[in-house]
Ligand binder design. Structure first.
Ligand code: ADP
Ligand code: MG
Length: 172
């Protein structure tokens, strides 16, 4: 399994740009499982995925809705598992079947629905570094050919020079 990729994003636009580069490289069936404190940048990252997928229009936090679907080059499905109850039961009661290979999926607070996450998926951990900087760690969870494709997607991810995102040293 490939090493995890670690980035330091210096401002929201840098997070948007990094995620957009990922979104632009998606071919369908990618699931991004996002975790991190409130305000860590999960929704911002999803906005970037949407940008990279050519989604027109706003991406709003789906905290109080079950799921948002945005039409882009591929459909982007956006879940938020923050609220106890609805989202959790949705995924448990078959909503996970909505995570089809012809879509790109982003799940905020994914640890709350860990049992229903697709195998494999890309774990995206966001953490506050300071007011305007975030650590973004990406790694593939799972094995097999699809996991290898996701690994290749992450391996090819390089921040645009000057975009405000820096690559951090890979863990040994
Ligand atoms: P979450 O969905 O994790 O609660 P949001 O993406 O909704 O987080 O909000 C992140 C907040 O942090 C926004 O107000 C954004 O402007 C701010 N922010 C500051 N620096 C960054 C950064 N480097 N990356 C992402 N968001 C940032
Ligand atoms: Mg959010």
């Amino acid at each position: 399994m490939a090493a995890e990729r670690r980035f330091l994003s210096r401002d929201p636009e840098a997070t948007l740009d990094l995620a957009a580069r990922l979104g632009a490289a998606c071919t369908g069936g990618e699931c991004f499982a996002l975790d991190g404190d409130l305000g860590a940048g999960k929704t911002t990252f999803v906005r970037g995925l949407a940008r990279g997928l050519g989604v027109d229009g706003p991406v709003t936090s789906p905290t109080f809705t079950l799921m948002q679907e945005y039409e882009g080059r591929l459909p982007l499905l956006h879940f938020d598992a923050w609220m106890e109850g609805r989202e959790r039961s949705f995924l448990a009661d078959g909503g996970a079947e909505a995570l089809t290979p012809d879509t790109v999926q982003a799940i905020e607070w994914s640890a709350r629905v860990a049992d229903w996450l697709p195998d494999p998926h890309v774990a995206v951990a966001l953490a506050h570094e300071d007011a305007e900087a975030r650590r973004i760690t990406l790694r593939v969870v799972g094995e097999g050919p699809v996991a290898a494709r996701l690994d290749a997607l992450l391996a090819a991810l390089e921040p645009l020079p000057g975009s405000g995102t820096d690559l951090l040293e890979a863990l040994p």
